[in-house]
Design a protein around this ligand. Structure first.
Ligand SMILES: [Zn+2]
Length: 362
C-alpha cells in the first residue's frame, strides 16, 4: 500500500514536470513568433491595431441593408415633393417617413402596408411632430443616418434649363423634386434584374456588389449624382471604369465595363466635378482582364454600384458597404437625362438640358 502510493506520486511528479516544460516552450514560442515575422506582416498588424483602436473610438455605422422597395420610395417621395410644391402647411421629409417605417418593420420593407404610411401622414397632419413620434423608437436615428447617407441628394431644390425657342438665351426654372438621374440616357433601353449578391467567379470567388444594366454598346452613361471623379482608368475587374464620390463623401458611385477605345467623354479626369445628369461615358463590355482595353465580358452592360462610407476606413479593404441598388434604379426611371451629339469631332454626346445643382459650389 505504502509503496504503491509512492509510485503514483512519482508518476504525478513526472507528468507535472512534462506539462510545465510544454507550457514554458509554448510561452517562449509565442514571445518569439512575432519577431520572426517579416517586416511587412508586423507593420500590417500594427496598422490593423491602429485601425481597430480608432474604430472603437469613433461610433459610425458599420452596416446597412437597404431594402426600401420601389413602391415605398415612390410613395414617400410623392408625399415629400407634393407637400413642398403645393406649399402645404406640413412638409414631409421622405427620409424621415422611411426611417419611421423601417423602425416599424425592423428594416424589412417587404412588410410595407399602406395603412401604416397613411396613419403616419395623418398624425403629422394633426400636429404631431416627427420628433415626438420617433423619440421612443430606439433605431430611428440609425435608420435616419443610414437612409440619409443613401438618398441625401436624391430630392431637393434645383434649377433646370427649359427650351427657349428662337433665342440663344438660357431660361432656368426653379423646381423641387427628384434631382438624381437614371445612369442610362433617355431614349436608350436597358434591362436588369435584382442580381445583387449573386456569385461571380472571375479572379476569385466573390459576390456581385451592384446591378448590371444590359443595353447596347455606346449607350451614353449618365452621372446619377453630382460629385467628384475619384477613380478613372483600367481596373482588372471593372475594365474601363469611373468612380464618383458625392460631395458629402458618403456615396461612391461605380460605373464599370465601359466601351472599348472610347470609354469616357473627352477631357474627363480625376478630381473633376461632374453634375448630375451629365454624360460621363459609354456602355461597353470591357473588363475581366489584366490587359487594358480588352472586351472580355459576354453581354454588353453597365455595372452600376453604390458604396456607403461613414468613415474613410470603410472605403477600401474588408469593411466596405455596398447596397443593393436595384430598387433605386427602378425609382430613377422617372428622371432621365436627354442627350444629343455634340458638334465636334470627338463623337461625344452631351446633355440636352442643363441643371443648376445647389450642392455644387460654383
Ligand atoms: Zn456587375
Amino acid at each position: 500500500m505504502f509503496i504503491h502510493s509512492v509510485k503514483i506520486n512519482k508518476s504525478y511528479i513526472l507528468f507535472a514536470f512534462i506539462v510545465i516544460i510544454i507550457l514554458i516552450t509554448l510561452i517562449i514560442a509565442s514571445i518569439l513568433y512575432p519577431i520572426s515575422l517579416p517586416a511587412n506582416s508586423s507593420s500590417l498588424i500594427w496598422e490593423n491595431t491602429i485601425n481597430e483602436t480608432t474604430s472603437e473610438k469613433k461610433n459610425y455605422i458599420k452596416w446597412v441593408d437597404f431594402s426600401a422597395t420601389y413602391e415605398v420610395l415612390e410613395k414617400t417621395s410623392k408625399y415629400d415633393i407634393d407637400s413642398h410644391n403645393k406649399d402645404s402647411k406640413v412638409k414631409y421629409n421622405w427620409i424621415e417617413l422611411l426611417s419611421y417605417l423601417a423602425c416599424k418593420y425592423g428594416g424589412n420593407f417587404k412588410k410595407f402596408n399602406q395603412n401604416d404610411l397613411t396613419k403616419l401622414i395623418n398624425q403629422l397632419n394633426n400636429g404631431t411632430t416627427m420628433e415626438d413620434l420617433s423619440k421612443d423608437l430606439k433605431n430611428y436615428s440609425y435608420y435616419y443616418e443610414a437612409f440619409d447617407a443613401v438618398l441625401h441628394e436624391f430630392i431637393g431644390e434645383y434649377e433646370v434649363e427649359i427650351p427657349n425657342a428662337g433665342t440663344d438665351e438660357k431660361t432656368y426654372v426653379k423646381k423641387y423634386g427628384v434631382k438624381a438621374f437614371l445612369p442610362i440616357a433617355k431614349k436608350y433601353s436597358f434591362s436588369h434584374y435584382d442580381d445583387f449578391g449573386n456569385s461571380r467567379s472571375y479572379g476569385y470567388k466573390r459576390v456581385h456588389l451592384g446591378n448590371d444594366l444590359m443595353g447596347s454598346i455606346g449607350t451614353p452613361i449618365i452621372a446619377v449624382e453630382s460629385g467628384i471623379v475619384e477613380a478613372l482608368g483600367w481596373n482588372q475587374y471593372g475594365g474601363w471604369r469611373i468612380g464618383i464620390r458625392s460631395f458629402d463623401k458618403k456615396r461612391y458611385y461605380y460605373y464599370a465595363h465601359l466601351r472599348k477605345d472610347h470609354p469616357y467623354v473627352k477631357d474627363l479626369e480625376e478630381g473633376q466635378v461632374v453634375k448630375a445628369g451629365d454624360v460621363i461615358g459609354y456602355l461597353g463590355m470591357t473588363g475581366y482582364s489584366t490587359k487594358e482595353n480588352v472586351n472580355n465580358i459576354n453581354v454588353p452592360h453597365l455595372h452600376f454600384g453604390m458604396q456607403l462610407i461613414f468613415d474613410e476606413v470603410q472605403k477600401d479593404g474588408t469593411n466596405q458597404i455596398w447596397i443593393d441598388v436595384y430598387q433605386i434604379i427602378e425609382f430613377l426611371r422617372k428622371n432621365k437625362s436627354e442627350v444629343m451629339k455634340d458638334n465636334t469631332e470627338n463623337k461625344d454626346y452631351i446633355r440636352k438640358y442643363d441643371i443648376i445643382d445647389p450642392c455644387i459650389m460654383e
